[in-house]
Design a protein around this ligand. Sequence first.
Ligand code: B12
Length: 295
Amino acid sequence: MNDEIEITVGELARRLGVAPATLRTWARRYGLGPSGHEVGSHRKYDRVDVARIAVMRRLVISGVSPKEAALIAVDADVSEAENLPKIKFEERSEIVEAILKALESLDISFVNEIIRREILANGVIATWVEIVTPTLIKVGDHWSRTGLGVSNEHLLTEILIKILRELSAEIENPVNAKPIVLAAIGEELHSLALHALLAALAERNIQAYFFGARTPVDALVEVVRKVAPPVVFVWAQLPENADYSIAAALPAIRPPTRLLLGGPGWEPSRCADATLVGGLSEACEIVSSTLGVDL
Ligand code: B12
C-alpha cells in the first residue's frame, strides 16, 4: 500500500462518491476526519483516513446506521485489506442496492468482494439468480429509461466475467468425457448468462467449450462435426439474433447432440425442434441429466 497519499476533502468525495458535506459531518460528528498535513486551514486525508472513510461508506451503503458504522470504522484495523470489517446484509435486495450504489461510485473492489463472497457462501446459481440477475435487470432498466449508466453496465460486465472465468478455469476430473458447447448466436453480444452457466457447470465438474459472443451457425455446425458434443447450448438475448435455422443445420450424429436454447430472444412457439430452457438452475439440471450425471 502507498503510505504517501494525502488528499483533500473534495478529492476524497469524488473518489468515493460521497458529498463533501457528508465527509465534513462524519469528521465533526464521529471523529472520522483528516489527520494528514494542514494545507491553509484544511487538513488532508492520509491513507489510513481514506481507508476508514471507505469502511464507513461501505457500512452505510449496506444499511448500517452512520453512528454504528462510525464506531466500527474508527476502530477498524485498516492495515491489510483482509482485516477490514465484513459487511453483513439482512436481505438479498440490500445486496442488489449496495452493488448498484457501489457501481455509481466506481467502487469496483467492493462489488468484486460482495459477489465473490456470495458465490463462496451460496454458490454460483443462487448468487446469479438472487443477486446478479436482478442487478443486471435494474442496470438495464435504468439505461433504457434514462439513457444513462452504460458505464455501470460495462463495469459490472467486466467484474462478472473475471469472477466467473476464474471459477471455470480448471476442471481437474471432468465428469463428461466430451465437453459440451456454449455459444451466443448471430450478432449476439450478450454473453453473461453463458459465463454464469460455464461457472455453474464447473462447480459440478462439467466441462464445456466456450465460444461466447457472435458465434455463427456455420461455426457450430463445424464444431458438432469435429467433436460430437453431447449438448449444444445456444443463447439469444435479443429476438433479432435468434437464428432458428440452427435446429435443422446441426448435423445428425450418433449419439445425437441435444440442442438447448436459452435467453429471452427465443420465441417459444418457434422452438419445437429444441429444448427451450428458462433458467440457470434448469439449464444445469438438463445438461446433467443429458450427460447422465447425478447433481
Ligand atoms: C450487460 C448488458 C449488455 C452488455 C453485454 C455484455 C456481455 N458480454 O454480455 C453490452 C454493453 C455489450 C450490451 C449491449 C447491448 N444491449 Co444490453 N444489456 C445488458 C444487460 C444489463 C444484462 C444482459 C444479461 O446478461 N442478461 C441476462 C439475464 C440477467 O437477464 P434476462 O435474460 O432478462 O434473464 C431472464 C431469463 O433469461 C432468465 N435467465 C437469467 N439468467 C439465465 C441464465 C441461463 C443459462 C438461462 C437459461 C436463463 C437465464 O431469467 C431471467 C428472468 O426471466 C441487459 C438487461 C437485462 N434485462 O438483461 C441489457 C439489455 C439486454 N440490452 C439491451 C440493448 C438494447 C442492448 C444494445 C442493443 C444497446 C445498444 N444500443 O447498443 C446492445 C446490443 C448488443 C448486441 N448486438 O447484442 C436491452 C434489450 C431490449 C430488448 N429486449 O430488445 C436490455 C434488456 C436493456 C434494457 N432494459 O433495455 N448490453
